[in-house]
Design a protein around this ligand. Structure first.
Ligand code: OOG
Ligand code: NI
Length: 270
């Protein structure tokens, strides 16, 4: 698959779970903008069958190369970002993994069982990122136990491997000049922003400002009960030029730390 095919397939699957993203994109288009995608992100576990390197496979095959890496000590996550070697219009890819050994034996066992349950024909690095949840119907009891230790693992247990956000490249919008203006527009249209760490994460001095809506929720049929659980969200990024005049191309760990929380159940109105 080339990059266009990859991102078309990911967008289709993502907007089925994240109707707000399609609605917001359409609002920008109605206002006269072309919408470009700055990056997508994936989440996974550090198990060698599904870790960052495995999820990166389709991108590496399509011409991507590894760029930065990021540590999240409190959330016990590690991440890498990838950029296309030659195609400057291809979106960046951010992939994080949970450092499972830093959690309880129970959590490690649950994660191992999840991955053991993936049918072998689906454990295909070239396709893993397009498939969503690959294990059996989740249990609400297991979901809640994971959530006590980490929202990230609970979210992954329900949602599986999928692009958890696309990102509007605010620099390339024609009718907006700042992230503030974009946020006002998104809020006026009835969407709720993730305000953890402030509505805008990062500063011009860090060369990257970001914001995101709170994740949509979708009904999840657990073994015991059907409940509304967070799916995915939409992000907005504004990049600033560095001393050499080029736009900053990486990520900022301190900001990403808060962007992760866009899928936290505790930020949703109860
Ligand atoms: C990724 C959060 C980090 C960014 O742009 O800093 C991120 C996630 O929610 O999995 O996307
Ligand atoms: Ni992001």
């Amino acid at each position: 698959m080339n990059t266009v095919e990859i991102f078309d397939a990911l967008w289709k699957e993502y907007t089925e779970r994240t109707p707000s993203a399609q609605k917001i994109k359409d609002l920008f288009i109605t206002k006269g903008n072309n919408v470009f995608n700055d990056h997508v992100a994936f989440r996974t576990f550090d198990d060698e069958r599904v870790n960052i390197e495995v999820l990166a496979t389709p991108f590496i095959k399509a011409g991507y190369k590894e760029c930065g890496d990021y540590h999240f000590e409190k959330k016990k996550l590690y991440a890498k970002h990838y950029e296309h070697a030659t195609d400057k219009d291809a979106p960046r890819v951010f992939i994080s993994q949970l450092l499972t050994k830093e959690f309880s034996n129970d959590l490690q066992e649950t994660v191992k069982n999840m991955i053991d349950a993936i049918p072998s024909e689906n454990l295909n690095p070239q396709e893993l990122v397009f498939k969503g949840r690959l294990w059996e119907q989740p249990s609400f009891d297991v979901y809640e136990k994971l959530q006590e230790e980490t929202e990230y693992a609970a979210w992954l247990y329900v949602n599986g491997f999928c692009s958890n956000h696309f990102t509007v490249d605010v620099n390339k919008l024609d009718t907006f000049n700042s992230l503030q203006e974009v946020n006002e527009f998104v809020k006026e249209n009835g969407f709720k922003m993730n305000t953890s760490g402030g509505e805008i994460k990062g500063t011009p001095a860090e060369f990257l400002e970001q914001s995101s809506i709170l994740a949509d929720t979708i009904p999840v049929a657990f073994k015991e009960i059907t409940k509304e659980i967070t799916s995915c969200y939409y992000e907005f990024s504004f990049r600033h030029p560095m001393q050499n005049g080029e736009l900053y191309s990486g990520f900022i760990a301190g900001s990403a730390d808060k962007i992760f929380e866009s899928t936290d159940m505790k930020l949703q109105d109860k």
